[in-house]
Design a protein. Structure first.
Length: 333
């Protein structure tokens, strides 16, 4: 039996093992001090810039950890995943590196650039319905027919452990960190980082950020139980969440101190100021952490050390330019 079928909850040791496993393959991104933004955001600002990661997003960490834990037989059969963005690019990249066939089930209306991004890295795109549940069924059907291994984008402990290495690196680089702010979409990234932080130093505050248009975890926290909502389009298209899934939910419920939501106009402003002050190209999905501070959704002190996890920088360059010029950008589904 390969390690990837382990059913135990995520642990700090899992994340430490993942860090050792993926070290030869990923970039250890720096923790950048952004003192010029302190007054604007009301704290001592640090950025963890995962747009500098291979494939331009944190997703490579989880994909590498998952694939490296597969048996030779599983690798020969290939991997499959449902994604139209950063997870697809990461899995295709990892598959190409290890000679593993990688299949991405993507919506038929996925922008051409995202399809090309996956294919350029060696992935095979299976175009399917936009409806998420329909794509989940297609993935299951493909696994049944071909024996592929699922590399889920967030509902998998091995993937969570890989993402959690970000938390370890933050603590190693800044042991005095007081607060870590993380975007929440499906919850895999937050599950990993929150486990790494809280099982290392429970005193560090961990805060999650969602968009008001699609905030299943936020509503679930308010209601004290998993809650479903109808998602609306958002600039932060990479973190839509209509309902929290089974594996991340209890981890987030246990370890995340607070979950806040942000508005679209503050997301747009955050993209702009990250570019202006930190000289980083942050896609709207990753900019929500800064938007939360801008909008006053997170209370901080002037001397508080706050790490903002900037998850990714893969966004249409022309659209990014519109943010910088204060031009309107339409939210995406």
């Amino acid at each position: 039996m390969s390690e990837n079928v382990k059913k135990n909850p995520l642990t700090l040791q899992d994340i430490k093992d993942a860090a050792a496993r993926i070290k030869p393959y990923v970039t250890r991104t720096p923790l950048l001090r952004e003192a010029d933004m302190d007054e604007l955001l009301g704290c001592k600002v640090y950025f963890k810039p995962e747009m500098l990661q291979v494939t331009g997003a944190f997703k490579a960490r989880g994909a590498f950890n998952k694939v490296l834990m597969l048996s030779e037989e599983e690798r020969k059969k290939g991997i499959i995943f449902s994604s139209s963005g950063n997870h697809a690019a990461a899995c295709a990249y990892v598959g190409k590196m290890f000679g593993i066939n990688a299949y991405a089930v993507m919506p038929r209306d996925t922008p051409k650039g995202k399809i090309e991004n996956c294919e350029r890295r060696g992935g095979t795109c299976i175009l399917w319905d936009r409806d998420y549940q329909s794509r989940v069924k297609k993935v299951a059907d493909e696994i049944k027919e071909h024996g592929y291994t699922l590399v889920h984008g967030f509902d998998d402990y091995s993937v969570m452990a890989g993402q959690g290495t970000i938390g370890l690196e933050i603590l190693e680089d800044m042991p005095e960190i007081n607060t870590v702010i993380v975007p929440i979409g499906g919850g895999g990234l937050m599950s990993g980082i929150a486990t790494a932080i809280k099982e290392s130093n429970p005193k560090v505050r961990v805060i999650g950020v969602q968009v008001a248009a699609s905030c299943g975890y936020y509503l679930s926290r308010l209601n004290g139980r998993p809650t479903r909502m109808t998602s609306q389009p958002s600039l932060a298209d990479g973190i839509g969440c209509s309902y929290p899934t089974e594996n991340p939910y209890p981890i987030i419920d246990k370890y995340v101190d607070e979950i806040v939501i942000v508005s679209e106009n503050h997301i747009a402003e955050a993209v702009k100021i990250i570019g202006k002050y930190a000289h980083l190209v942050a896609e709207p999905t990753s900019a929500v952490v800064v938007a939360a501070l801008l909008e006053g959704k997170i209370k901080t002190e002037a001397d508080e050390n706050v790490a903002c996890v900037l998850t990714s920088g893969n966004y249409d360059i022309d659209l990014i330019g519109k943010f910088y010029k204060d031009e309107e950008v339409e939210p995406e589904d």
